[in-house]
Design a binder for this molecule. Structure first.
Ligand SMILES: C[S@@+](CC[C@H](N)C(=O)[O-])C[C@H]1O[C@@H](n2cnc3c(N)ncnc32)[C@H](O)[C@@H]1O
Length: 367
C-alpha cells in the first residue's frame, strides 16, 4: 500500500522524475536477446523523454551499440525550462561544450545521435555520441520528436508517469515496437486493456518481481521528499525509490511469454491447493458475471473449459498459447466484459454472494 501511495503522491505532484537503473535496462534487453539475438540488429532505436547526459538508457544503448548491431541510436531530452521543479545544474559535459548557452538550454531540448565512429577509435560507442539542440523543447508530442519517432523501429524509455496513456497512444498510432516502463494499474485503462486483449501489448520479463528483495527501484532527485517506506539513500547520498507494481510493457517477443503456467486440475486444486480459500470454498460463480472466480493465478484449473475471472496480476504469467484473455470487469470500462456481465444486476464490479471482489480479467483455456 505504502508503495502505491508513493506513486500516487508522485502522480499528484506530477513528479515524473524517476530515473531507471542501468541493471534494470540491461536485464530486460538481455531477455529479448536470449529469445532472438537479432532483436535490435540493424534497427533504429529512439529513446525519448530522456536526459541523455546522464540517462542509463542512453548509456546502455550507446555502450552496447555494436553488440546489439544497432543501425542508429537517437536520444532526446526534454528542455530544462519544462522541468524547473528539478534540481537542474548544467553538467560538465554541457558547460564545457562550445555550444553551451544557458538561455538555449532553458528552452530547447537536445538530441543525441550515434551512428558512426567519430573519434577513429575503431569502434562505435558512447564516446561517439553527437548532439545538438532541437528546435523545440523536446516534448514527445512535438512535430520534431514525432518525426524522429517515425524514423525509429523501436522506442525504449521510462515515460513520464503522468502522461503514460498519451505516450502509449503516441507509440501505437505510429505502429512501432516498444519497451517502456509503467505501472500495473494501467492495464485496465480503456487505452490499454483493448491492446492487451488483442495481444498488441504484454508485460516484459521483470514485472512485479522482487530483485534482491526490492521492487523495481528508481533514482529520484535530491529534493524528493523522504515519505513512504520504500525509499533509500545510498552511500553516495543518492536517493532511490522502489515502486511496487512497476515493470516493463512491450510488444516485442521474449521467451517467458511463451512458457505455459504449470497448473493442476480442478479436482487436484480442490484437494491440494495451498490456498485454504480454494479448498474450503471451491470455485464459486459470480452473482453478476457468467464466469467462475479464481482468486489466485496459481489456482487456475488447467482442465476447466469455461470462463474464469482472475486477478489482473495474471497478466505477468500470461502465455497466449495456453489461455486467451476475453474480457475484464465492466467496472474497468464499458463493454470490457465481452457480454459476460449480467446487466440486470446493475453492479459493474464483480460480486460473489453480495461481496465485491477486486478487478478481474476473464480468461479461457485455449482449445
Ligand atoms: C520517469 S522520467 C524517466 C527519465 C529517463 N527516461 C529514465 O528512465 O532515466 C520521465 C522523463 O520524461 C520527461 N518528460 C516529462 N514530460 C515530457 C514530455 N511532454 N515530453 C518529453 N519528455 C517529458 C521528464 O522530464 C523526465 O525526465
Amino acid at each position: 500500500m505504502a508503495n502505491n501511495t508513493n506513486l500516487g503522491a508522485a502522480k499528484a505532484a506530477k513528479n515524473d522524475e524517476f530515473y531507471t537503473q542501468y541493471a534494470d535496462i540491461q536485464k530486460e534487453v538481455n531477455a529479448y536477446l536470449e529469445y532472438n539475438p537479432d532483436t535490435f540488429r540493424d534497427k533504429t532505436v529512439l529513446l525519448p523523454c530522456d536526459d541523455p547526459e546522464w540517462s542509463n538508457f542512453t548509456r546502455f544503448f550507446a555502450q552496447n551499440f555494436e553488440r546489439l548491431g544497432l543501425k542508429r541510436l537517437i536520444s532526446t531530452s526534454y528542455a530544462v525550462e519544462s522541468k524547473k521543479y528539478k534540481d537542474y545544474e548544467p553538467t560538465l559535459f554541457e558547460t564545457e561544450s562550445p555550444l553551451f548557452d544557458v538561455d538555449k538550454t532553458r528552452i530547447k531540448g537536445k538530441i543525441f545521435e550515434l551512428t558512426r565512429d567519430t573519434n577513429g577509435s575503431g569502434r562505435i560507442d558512447i564516446d561517439d555520441l553527437e548532439w545538438h539542440y532541437l528546435e523545440g523543447d523536446g516534448d514527445f508530442r512535438s512535430s520534431e520528436v514525432c518525426a524522429l519517432r517515425d524514423q525509429a523501429d523501436i522506442i525504449v524509455t521510462n515515460p513520464p508517469f503522468s502522461l503514460f496513456r498519451e505516450f502509449l497512444g503516441w507509440i501505437m498510432e505510429a505502429g512501432k515496437l516498444f519497451l517502456i516502463i509503467g505501472n500495473v494499474n494501467c492495464v485496465t485503462y480503456k487505452e490499454v486493456f483493448p491492446l492487451i486483449k488483442a495481444n498488441r501489448l504484454w508485460t516484459g520479463t521483470r514485472f512485479n518481481r522482487r530483485d534482491g528483495g526490492k521492487n523495481m527501484t528508481f533514482l529520484v532527485p535530491d529534493s524528493y521528499p523522504m515519505i513512504g517506506t520504500e525509499l533509500y539513500i545510498d552511500e553516495k547520498g543518492k536517493k532511490y525509490i522502489s515502486v511496487a507494481g512497476t515493470g516493463w510493457f512491450t510488444n516485442m517477443e521474449h521467451g517467458r511469454r511463451h512458457e505455459p503456467l504449470r497448473l493442476m486440475s480442478m479436482k487436484d486444486n480442490l484437494r491440494f491447493s495451498k490456498h485454504a480459500d480454494i479448498k474450503e470454498k471451491g470455485y464459486r460463480k459470480y452473482d453478476n458475471y457468467e464466469a467462475i472466480e479464481v482468486p489466485f493465478t496459481d489456482a487456475i484449473p488447467d482442465d476447466y473449459d469455461g470462463v474464469m475471472g482472475v486477478p489482473i496480476s495474471f497478466l505477468d504469467k500470461y502465455c497466449p498459447e495456453q489461455f486467451e484473455i476475453i474480457g475484464a470487469t465492466e467496472s474497468e470500462g464499458r463493454g470490457f466484459s465481452n457480454g459476460l456481465w449480467i446487466a440486470s444486476s446493475g453492479i459493474a464490479q464483480a460480486t460473489i454472494e453480495g461481496q465485491k471482489v477486486y478487478k478481474r480479467f476473464f480468461i479461457r483455456k485455449k482449445q
